[in-house]
Design a protein around this ligand. Structure first.
Ligand code: XMP
Length: 512
């Protein structure tokens, strides 16, 4: 792999993703990992990420000079660039000059391998208060910026290079090209990390792990479990049984999509459990969001457990498939005790007497890779490109108690919003589009000469990368108008449509 050494900013994940977009496998490791352990992973190259510290600060993470003696190609970025300079006996200083945001880069000396032929005075994204003031011996300085006399250097013979700017962010237009040049030209890595290769490797790994044992998977209708199950099915065929618990809280057409389109595309063995009566019964009268989540989570486990026991009664089931993604793995390894804002419900917490070994074929993958693999496996576009949808489903999009009638209102409004977003060709630019029913709120309206006293619907389209932060989507007014008109015309109980214009933070994406 290419190891991305995390110096504690949010950039490491982005760098790892960019490396993979260049079709090279990458993994994130903490800066506290000893060099010997890094080398034990047999890295094809190492990238030192940016970080919040100042190199000369007390306790700032250092780079062990041994890293540069192993013959492994290394690229330093921002803090990693400065730490690299210091470790190799160059100089970094606190000059008092800072650069934040788009900054002109002037390329010197023909630009070396990393910058050769790129436009001079291109804009790059900077975020630094310290800078390298003298490159280490043997390095050529290939660029500078107003506040960073040494903004890039390289020693191609030792396969070492560094840049002060952030090539991984979209605000550095030629950044991906710089990364590619490091990977292909300086490190000499072949771009072999492609969907087909990933599928082949995973299928191989699943086969050897599972052997002839039986495997169970809970399908949620979301991308992750759908792709995970399809991979496992490709590997072990009918040894896999999928269970789809229909909790009655899905949007219009979603349960059918799993039952028909997904099965048609994959040929997977699917057991559908219609448990909507049970879920709605347990949710009756419940208003508190966390309570709703707990109930849905608990009922889900119970229903799934029963389905698992039924299967187990036929023949022992050894493995359970989970759609865990790489960011979850990185974040839970980070262990920085983040505040529990909402207790996200997942398939965990199965009882002790039902124990499975886990198969997690997506553990090394980012979401966009999962989508690409789903497409390569022939899954329908509606499943592969589906927006994220919360496990508790529409129960947390009805503000107030949940019942069949309210669900029907919300489903009708939500379907209109989704149809119009798709018709406007904006499915990809909007990250997620919750539609929320304020079930306990009424407002006065007038329709067809008569007074109405109906419910408001909230449109909550957002743009985001990872749901940690989000901004409200600036949908075209025409589109909002169309959605509003259709909802108030077609959904009798709704007489008002509002748009949520709150970013996250301070708002969360969902209303509950
Ligand atoms: P918030 O509302 O916290 O949501 O900004 C961030 C992302 O998580 C989804 N979400 C959930 N997903 N179970 C889930 O599986 C949950 O309980 C849950 N709550 C929120 C939300 O849709 C968004 O994508």
């Amino acid at each position: 792999p290419v190891l991305v050494v995390d110096f504690g900013a949010q950039y490491a994940q982005l760098i790892a993703r960019r490396v993979r977009e260049a079709h090279v496998y990458s993994e994130i490791v903490p800066h506290s990992m000893p060099v010997a352990d890094m080398l034990a992973k047999g890295p094809a190259a190492i990238i030192l990420s940016g970080g919040p510290s100042s190199v000369y600060e007390e306790g700032a993470p250092q780079v062990d000079p041994a890293l540069f003696e192993a013959g492994v190609p290394v690229l330093g970025i921002c803090y990693g660039f400065q730490a690299m300079a210091v470790a190799l006996q160059g100089q970094a200083s606190h000059t008092g000059l800072r650069e934040f945001g788009g900054t002109p880069l002037s390329i010197a000396e023909g630009g070396g391998v990393l910058l050769r032929g790129l436009p001079d005075a291109q804009s790059v994204w900077m975020s630094h208060g310290d800078c390298v003031t003298a490159a280490p011996a043997g390095f050529t300085v290939t660029a500078g910026s107003p506040a960073a006399p040494v903004a890039a250097f390289e020693d191609v013979s030792r396969r070492l290079a560094g840049v002060q700017f952030h090539p991984e962010v979209a605000h550095t237009p030629h950044g991906q090209e710089v990364l590619r040049r490091f990977l292909y030209e300086i490190a000499g890595i072949e771009p072999t990390w492609t969907s087909n290769n990933i599928i082949e490797e995973q299928v191989e790994a699943i086969r050897s792990r599972v052997g002839s044992k039986r495997v169970l998977c809970a399908l949620s209708g979301g991308v992750d479990s759908a792709v995970a199950a399809a991979l496992v099915h490709k590997a072990v065929g009918d040894q896999l049984t999928c269970v789809f618990v229909d909790h009655g809280l899905l949007r219009a057409g979603e349960a059918e999509q799993v039952e028909k389109d997904y099965v048609a595309a994959t040929g997977i063995n699917l057991k559908v459990v219609d448990a909507s009566v049970r879920f709605l019964g347990a949710l009756a009268g419940v208003i508190d969001p966390e309570q709703k989540r707990k109930i849905v989570g608990r009922e889900f486990i119970r229903v799934f457990e029963q389905a698992a026991r039924d299967l187990e009664a036929e023949e022992h089931v050894e493995f359970l498939v989970q759609g865990t993604l790489y960011p979850d793995v990185v974040e839970s390894g980070g262990g920085t005790g983040t505040a529990n804002i909402k207790s996200h419900h997942n398939v965990g917490g199965l009882p002790d007497d039902l124990q499975f070994a886990l198969v997690e074929p997506l553990r090394t993958l980012f979401k966009d890779e999962v989508r690409a693999i789903g497409a390569a496996l022939g899954l329908p576009e509606e499943i592969v490109m589906r927006h994220p949808f919360p496990g508790p489903g529409l129960s947390i999009r009805i503000i107030g108690a949940v019942d069949e009638e309210r669900l029907a209102i919300l489903r009708a409004a939500d379907l209109i919003a989704r149809e119009e977003l798709t018709a406007a060709g904006l499915d990809r630019s909007v990250w997620q589009f919750p539609v929320v029913l304020l079930a306990d709120v009424r407002s006065v309206g007038v329709q067809g000469d008569g007074r109405t006293y109906g419910h408001p619907i909230v449109l909550r389209p957002v743009s985001s990368d990872d749901a940690m932060t989000a901004d409200w989507s600036r949908l075209p007014h025409e589109l909002i108008a169309k959605i509003s008109t259709r909802i108030t015309n077609e959904v009798r109980e709704v007489n008002r449509v509002v748009v949520d214009v709150t970013s996250k933070p301070p708002g969360t994406i969902e209303w509950e």
